[in-house]
Design a protein around this ligand. Structure first.
Ligand SMILES: Nc1nc2c(c(=O)[nH]1)N[C@H]1C(S)=C(S)[C@@H](COP(=O)(O)O)O[C@H]1N2
Ligand SMILES: [Mo]
Length: 250
């Protein structure tokens, strides 16, 4: 798979915006010093976007952890989940909704038919442990493109089947992380279907972000322009509960 999908287009778009804003400003004398400073802001924006699109380190097979710990919810505590797990999740659906032109309802076969990406990365939990695993699944950007994201959309919310300590788990990222080449909807760990404790049958991998962003037991992807009305409004389970930072980039 191409590892830099969208990066050039995105940066070019931002630059074009700045250039057109600058040429208007430059028409007034007062703004001349601002205009001469413009190339420096453009360089800064290029640098920060380029750094956010940079790839997380990938590892050789020999680095894979023998056991990838399960953390937080290690299952979904419902009869429906237990029987779906036993049957291999024939009816599991990933619903893609919100600010899209074509809402989607994808089964596991649909997910496996999309172009796949495999990556061996290190997961870092804020609780102070790490594990290396090989994850496989389609890039989230391919799913977003299939659904057709509206221009004014700003965030992608991940809905999960589990409740943890009595509340539904959820997470969210901005469009830069959503379209990052290593942001995938993973159905496999180390070449096998996801284990129950690691989020079977689907979970997010968002490799430039800390562990709590990687939503497990994924049932929905919701495209929104504000996080205000989601959960308690801070963009994620731990962000709402414990003041974890919404932007957990590494
Ligand atoms: N649905 C859901 N996703 C979740 C959690 C959870 O409790 N529920 N825990 C998060 C945290 S804090 C971490 S570190 C990782 C753990 O993933 P693992 O169980 O595969 O190690 O999942 C994240 N995603
Ligand atoms: Mo975590």
């Amino acid at each position: 798979m191409n590892t830099s999908i969208g990066r050039r287009g995105f940066i070019a778009g931002v630059s074009a915006l700045l250039v057109s804003a600058c040429s208007k400003v430059a028409e007034t004398d007062a703004a001349k010093s601002l205009f001469s400073a413009a190339p420096e802001w453009q360089r800064k924006i290029h640098r920060s976007l380029a750094s956010r699109m940079a790839l997380a380190k990938e590892y050789p097979r020999s680095a894979i952890s023998p056991d990838f710990r399960g953390n937080g919810s290690r299952t979904v505590d419902t009869d429906a989940y237990r029987s779906a797990l036993a049957a291999g999740f024939p009816d599991w659906k990933l619903e893609v909704t919100g600010m899209v032109s074509t809402p989607l309802s994808l089964g596991l076969d649909d997910i496996r038919k999309l172009p796949q990406r495999t990556q061996i990365t290190r997961h870092d939990c804020v609780e102070g442990w790490s594990a290396i695993g090989e994850w496989t699944g389609p890039q989230l950007s391919a799913i977003l493109d299939a659904a057709g994201v509206k221009d004014s959309a700003r965030f992608v919310v991940f809905r999960c089947a589990d409740t943890y300590a009595g509340r539904k788990y959820y997470e969210s990222v901005d469009m830069v992380d959503a379209r990052h080449p290593q942001t995938i909807v993973a159905h496999s760990l180390n070449g096998e279907p996801l284990p129950e404790k690691n989020g079977a049958p689907l979970r997010m991998r968002i490799e430039r972000q800390l562990g709590y962003k990687h939503a497990k037991y994924l049932t929905g992807i919701e495209v929104v322009d504000t996080l205000e009305n989601i959960g308690e409004g801070k963009g994620g389970y731990w962000e709402d509960r414990s003041g974890y930072q919404w932007y957990a980039g590494m």
